[in-house]
Design a protein around this ligand. Structure first.
Ligand code: SF4
Length: 396
């Protein structure tokens, strides 16, 4: 299975008002005339609402280029009482993703039958500039990979280039791309202020093949990370979500060894580790899309059969409700899995900057033997004075 590219998109709807925009021009270069439809209104609204599994599936081949009318910039959804949060902010420049992971949390809330890319990136940057008046010298971390993958559409949008240029104005801020693709070539020659982190979500290759359809192979992600590092971009890894399966220790040991063989701790900005978790409301969608039945009494087509492994390790997992409402493995298993990866890295070197993503202080203590604020390698990420300033700023 190889990484899915833009060629898999069957139809591109473009808001007619955007005809002269750069992104529309680029779409015309990359997609044949037959695949582009100019529209005055949002397409396929008759399907809007709670999507069926086949409609969700189909949405990954339909793209709508439009303007976003809401607020682009907000706090990471991990920032909730009871969880140890790492002070992260998100800038959403699109919604939905052209790759297809069985556990993807977009299944819990995306209700549009098309993927969306927002053409008005300059409005988003104006929002950031307004924040910059008060917070320009703070160490703000901004990621673009919350409601879509940061880089899988980038060969079309080239937003990475614009953002890297923009962040040169704010050397204390940090821009973070988060991806399961290997699309980095398009921004490698852009001059940057050393404040751009290219972060790759990684999993062992057997987990990728079983659960992360259409994403880049582990080898391609590590290669892209190496190329980015060689161009002096900061590199981060998210080993997240760790997925339990028979022989998981061997799979994750091998993953850690591949990372340690390719990088040194000082090459890496941060490594976050998290165990599988998802919203209860997405469970039926996951079962229908990655289980045997597609939920409407019909069979999936041959392409689906070829693409999918017979039984997802995620769909069959035993999960428990946690205080933030998500389903998770039970605490002891989480601690065992997280501790295993942390320990594998520490056996290589104590210098790897590891932290746990969206976990409770108890799990931190049991898996890391420390709390975030007492862990000198990652403590600056957990300084919440900035969060308080940000909250005050957006209230004003
Ligand atoms: S790459 Fe990320 S956004 Fe895309 S399907 Fe996978 S989990 Fe979802």
């Amino acid at each position: 299975m190889s990484e899915w590219g833009l060629d898999r998109i069957e139809r591109v709807f473009i808001d007619r008002k955007l005809e002269q925009s750069q992104i529309a021009m680029r779409a015309r270069e990359l997609f044949s005339r037959e695949r582009i439809t100019w529209v005055d209104d949002e397409p396929l609204t008759e399907k809007k609402g709670e999507l069926s599994a086949p409609d969700f599936e189909a949405s990954k081949r339909l793209l709508f280029i439009t303007e976003f009318k809401g607020r682009f910039f907000k706090r990471c959804p991990g920032a909730r009482p009871g969880l140890t949060c790492c002070n992260y902010f998100v800038l959403n420049l699109g919604s939905q993703c052209n790759m297809n992971c069985s556990y993807c949390y977009l299944q819990s809330f995306v209700n549009s039958p098309v993927m969306k890319i927002y053409a008005n990136i300059e409005t988003a940057l104006d929002e950031l500039s307004a924040l910059g008046k008060d917070l320009g010298n703070e160490s703000l971390r901004v990621g673009t990979g919350e409601t879509t993958d940061s880089l899988s559409f980038d060969p079309l949008t080239l937003y990475s280039r614009r953002l890297i240029e923009y962040f040169r104005n704010y050397p204390n801020w940090r821009l973070e791309f988060k991806t399961k693709s290997s699309q980095v070539e398009q921004f490698l020659n852009v001059e940057h202020a050393g404040n751009v982190v290219v972060s790759f979500s990684i999993n062992p290759q057997n987990v990728i093949e079983h659960e992360e359809y259409g994403t880049a192979s582990l080898e391609s992600r590590l290669r892209a990370a190496r190329i980015a590092r060689d161009k002096k971009f900061q590199v981060a890894f998210h080993i997240d979500p760790m997925i339990w399966h028979m022989g998981w220790q061997d799979s994750y040991r091998s993953l850690v060894r591949q990372v340690c063989a390719t990088f040194a701790p000082q090459d890496i900005n941060v490594i976050s580790v998290g165990a599988l978790r998802f919203q209860p409301e997405q469970r039926h969608m996951m079962r229908e899309r990655f289980g045997k039945s597609r939920g409407d009494g019909q069979e999936w087509g041959p392409e689906h059969q070829q693409e999918r492994q017979p039984t997802s390790w995620v769909v069959g997992a035993e999960m428990f409700s946690s205080s933030d409402g998500k389903l998770r493995y039970d605490q002891r298993l989480r601690e065992e899995m997280l501790h295993f990866v942390v320990n594998e890295f520490r056996q290589n070197s104590r210098e790897w900057p590891i932290f746990l993503c969206m976990e409770t202080p108890e799990v931190w203590l049991n898996a890391m033997n420390s709390l975030p604020k007492s862990n000198e390698l990652v403590a600056p990420l957990f300084n919440h004075s900035l969060t308080r300033k940000f909250n005050a700023q957006i209230r004003n």
